[in-house]
Design a protein around this ligand. Structure first.
Ligand code: MV4
Length: 508
């Protein structure tokens, strides 16, 4: 079935994954489980990569730089035709949100496993996205429309209320944002923002938004089929970011109760239906301390952090994407979807948290992956694999599940202790300190936490005793014991909770 908006669905039995690393492995596994034959593409740097060996067929696509390999639409379509692949999954990053790629697939009668090109187009233009979702009743941050002159914006600011953000229309990902706290500073701030936007993006159009302070980044996972059915799969807490790169995500969110979940979910589904969305997508919201939520943007792809949603809903999102692309109806209604337990994901990056998180390159000499109940590792590397600067620094994801958040945290702590990647530096120590910090444990964090309050100095200003008490109380609650009995034991143990590995102790 081919639609005007660039959606093609039909049954396919061979799929090309136009990606690499852990997401390529994830999609290949989903195809394998559904009996779909697979085609991998690889650059020179990925010749020995796991996804190349795992696929049924593999084709060399070019030199390591993405612009000479994974981003070259003609090469990907050519390999699809040569291999007889009837569908292409873009993964995330690379060409995943390029409407021109989605349309090129359809024009070549190849199923693009994702939304219609038109929906990618709309959501890729931040302004058009805001206008579209606003018309669908989605709350957007109070502000001005782009295109006002300085005087009009200054007049509007009084209405909006300070602090405000001066944002560049052509900006994104935090670039071209300038906070202003006082009216007298606004004229210069607008002029400065215009100059910066012109030099950075070649476009000096700016607009104002009310600055949401102590904001959390909470996103809603969507899944829609080509028959008009759309559901939300709960939310993800994604506030722990550094320089707009997510580091730890979890589902559900500490601050979302069932009422807020239903309201955000309903709004997200309405936005999806407003653009005839099909397949997996995510709507990002800012949530303020009073639980007001505002549309940030819509991501028209499968996200890195999808596993936490899979674990708490029991839904295999990668498989559902393939089913929807084949023209199948969703197998569940909104009422069927239950959130059970808690999942936390730590993104394992080849970077040095003790040296300003600089990317670390080199050859992985040894890997020991954590395992055991409630532990999932999605990785795209292996011993002997060379980490190069050509691709982003994320080399795997460690996801831990528990009946409660406390259990998920304890499991994550144990798994991080077991996780060994030798030969390159990783941010595992960052995660180990984070999951022991009491602000993390008590959910007292927002989007600014990692960059303004978190430090790699071990035990920085944070008592482990408090944390021992919290965990002891949680454990006591679960075991129905007197918290005081367990707190005493827990407090004694904190001396061991310095994050050096329990594994070392076992070996002594
Ligand atoms: C905001 C905001 C507060 N108020 N807009 C950052 C990236 C871009 N997607 C939008 N961002 C923000 N917009 C208003 N009106 C705070 C941020 C922000 C942020 C948002 C989500 C996740 C992490 C963030 C880190 C810094 C700032």
């Amino acid at each position: 079935m081919k639609r005007e908006d660039g959606l093609l669905t039909k049954r396919f039995d061979k799929l090309l994954i136009a990606n690499r690393g852990e997401i390529a492995m994830r999609i290949l596994r989903a195809c394998h489980e559904l009996g779909i034959k697979t085609v991998a593409v690889y650059s020179d740097a990925d010749r020995n990569a796991p996804h190349v060996r795992y696929a049924d067929e593999a084709y060399h696509i070019g030199a390591p730089p993405a612009r000479e390999s994974y981003l070259v639409i003609e090469k990907i379509l050519d390999i699809a035709k040569r291999s007889g692949a009837e569908a292409i999954h873009p993964g995330y990053g690379f060409l995943a949100e390029r409407a021109v790629f989605a349309q090129a697939c359809v024009d070549n009668d190849i199923v693009f496993v994702g939304p219609p090109a038109r929906a990618i187009d709309i959501m890729g233009d931040k302004q058009e996205a805001r206008q579209t979702v606003k018309a669908a009743g989605v709350p957007i941050v109070p502000g001005t429309e782009p295109g006002l002159n300085d005087e009009e914006m200054i007049a509007a600011a009084a209405e909006i209320g300070f602090p405000v953000l001066v944002k560049a229309v052509a900006g994104g990902g935090g670039k071209g944002m300038r906070p202003v706290h006082r009216a007298e500073d606004l004229p210069d701030a607008i002029a400065g923002a215009r100059r910066e936007a012109l030099s950075a993006f070649g476009d000096d159009v700016v607009y104002l938004e009310k600055m949401i302070t102590e904001a959390r980044h909470i996103e809603i996972q969507l899944l829609a089929d080509a028959h008009g059915n759309a559901v939300y799969l709960g939310e993800r807490e994604c506030s722990l970011q550094r320089r707009h790169q997510k580091l730890i995500e979890e589902a559900p969110s500490f601050v979302v109760d069932e009422d807020l979940r239903q309201r955000m979910g309903a709004v997200a589904v309405a936005a999806a239906k407003a653009v005839n969305y099909v397949n997996a997508g995510t709507i990002e919201f800012l949530v303020d301390k009073d639980k007001n939520f505002y549309f940030l943007e819509m991501n028209t792809r499968l996200q890195v952090e999808h596993p936490v949603t899979e674990l708490v809903t029991g839904i295999d999102i990668a498989q559902e994407m393939l089913r929807v692309a084949r023209g199948r109806k969703l197998r569940f209604s909104q009422e069927d979807i239950q959130i059970k337990g808690w999942a936390i994901e730590c993104r394992i990056n080849a970077e040095d948290p003790y040296n300003n998180y600089l990317p670390s390159t080199g050859t992985i000499t040894t890997m020991r992956l954590p395992t055991g109940p409630g532990v999932r590792v999605d990785t795209g590397v292996f011993p002997g694999y060379e980490i190069t600067p050509y691709y982003d620094s994320m080399i795997s994801k460690l996801i831990c599940y528990g009946e409660t958040r406390g259990e998920a945290v304890l499991r994550m702590r144990r798994a991080l202790e077991e996780y060994r990647i030798m030969g390159v530096k990783t941010n595992i120590p960052f995660h180990q300190i984070m999951v022991e910090s009491h602000r993390f444990l008590t959910g007292q964090f927002d989007t600014s936490f990692v960059e303004t309050r978190f430090s790699m100095e071990e035990g920085e200003g944070e008592s482990h005793d408090l944390e021992a008490a919290i965990f002891a109380a949680l454990a006591a609650h679960r075991q129905g014991q007197q918290a005081s009995q367990i707190v005493a034991r827990g407090a004694r143990d904190t001396s061991n909770w310095k994050w050096y590995s329990r594994w070392e102790r076992l070996r002594k």
